[in-house]
Design a protein around this ligand. Structure first.
Ligand code: DCP
Ligand code: CA
Ligand code: CA
Length: 362
């Protein structure tokens, strides 16, 4: 399954600021040079109708939306990170393995969960869409397929709020009519080169021999194109190291709403988290608890620490406090699973990896 949130930053802004709901919304990265200089980070679907796209100058977007009551809002990356973290947490408990590929998308391996049944997978996807709507008031698009590339292309196919399920026997009939630029990694350059070979659709691409493709594009891209055009891809969904947070989650022996009955598990989870932080030489700025209730809804509650820490004691005490507060505030809540999360991680020693920094700060 590939899950991609629709006009993600724009949806976050609409939720944070309900007065802009229903209007064309443009999320802006101001360069600060002049008042209006900068580029569009993303726009909601209403704004896209007027031709506004990610990457165009703000000035241009303002012109396109001249005649309408549109909202231009500055980008608030940290807020989107928080929403994203909660969504990923929600998705993580719905699958066998989760691979987050960006702030707003992830692959979910649901092979075992759905017992290799595509109808069951479809129901799971409907469930996930519903859950994200109730929990975060966001829509997403989901593609389901027998492999990652097919799922990814499928999720893009009926945006926004889409769901496309491609069964194994439907893969080629699904892919063949599509233009080659739907294949992840095929940009304008590759597309132009393919056009010179009279290739515009994936069907036409699939008629090229492997040797022609590897001669033109090199071994790795060439074989990738050869495989994907036939809907073949055996890349596994792999958990990626989360550089900004670590979490541990486990099922309670029995459902409960007594804080004491979660303490033993919280201690174990905190210990395991603290071990991980030490192993990585990292500290965390905040600690959160994850509470999954008997109706499988997921809730988190976090607290910033006075100073970055990595001690088991600090994590454990904070987690126990938070679970107590959570249960006090949610009188109906019955816990099924609990988790502890450390976020706002930073290295205590060594050099900051500059490329990592660039990746995470937009
Ligand atoms: N983003 C950005 N600049 C870009 C592309 C994206 O700042 N050139 C940010 C804003 C997006 C987020 O990353 O909200 C996710 O990117 P997507 O490409 O998934 O775009 P959206 O989620 O905005 O829209 P879509 O509904 O097409 O997925
Ligand atoms: Ca998106
Ligand atoms: Ca995306």
């Amino acid at each position: 399954m590939h899950v991609d949130l629709d006009s993600f930053y724009a949806q976050c802004e609409e939720n944070a600021n309900p007065s802009i709901k229903g209007k064309p919304v443009v999320v802006c990265v101001y360069s600060g040079r002049t008042e209006e200089s900068g580029a569009v980070s993303t726009a909601n679907y209403q704004a896209r109708k007027y031709g506004v796209r990610a990457g165009i100058p703000i000035v241009r977007a303002k012109k396109l939306l001249e005649s309408v009551d549109a909202a231009f809002v500055p980008m608030n990356h940290q807020y989107y990170e928080e929403v994203s973290e909660r969504i990923i947490d929600t998705l993580r408990v719905q699958c066998d393995t989760l691979e987050q590929t960006s702030i707003d998308e992830a692959f979910l391996d649901v092979t075992r969960r759905c017992d290799v049944n595509f109808e069951t997978a479809r129901e799971m996807a409907i469930e996930i869409k519903q859950q994200l709507r109730t929990q975060e008031n966001v829509t997403c698009s989901i593609g389901v397929g027998p492999n990652k590339v097919t799922a990814k292309i499928a999720s893009d196919q009926s945006k926004p709020d889409g769901l496309v399920v491609v069964k194994p026997e439907e893969v080629t009939s699904f892919l063949f009519p599509l233009p080659v630029n739907r294949i992840p990694g095929v940009g304008v350059k590759a597309e132009e080169k393919l056009a010179t070979l009279q290739v515009a659709t994936i069907a036409q691409l699939s008629s090229l021999s492997k040797s022609v493709l590897t001669e033109t594009y090199g071994k790795s891209l060439g074989s990738y194109l050869y495989g994907t055009s036939r809907g073949e891809d055996d890349e596994p969904v792999k958990e990626r190291e989360q550089p900004t947070q670590f979490s541990r989650i486990a099922t309670l022996k029995q459902n409960t709403r007594l804080p004491e009955e979660t303490f033993k598990l919280l201690t174990e989870l905190s210990q395991s988290l603290a071990d991980r932080l030490k192993q990585e030489g990292m500290t965390c700025k905040s600690v959160a608890i994850i509470a999954i209730l008997t109706d499988l809804s997921l809730h988190t509650k976090s607290r910033s620490l006075e100073a970055p820490a990595s001690s088991e004691q600090m994590i454990e005490t904070t987690a126990k406090d938070l679970i107590q507060e959570f249960l006090e505030a949610n009188r109906e809540a019955f816990l099924r699973r609990v988790g502890v999360k450390a976020s706002g991680l930073s290295k205590t020693t060594g050099q900051t990896n500059i490329s990592k920094f660039l990746n995470t700060s937009l």
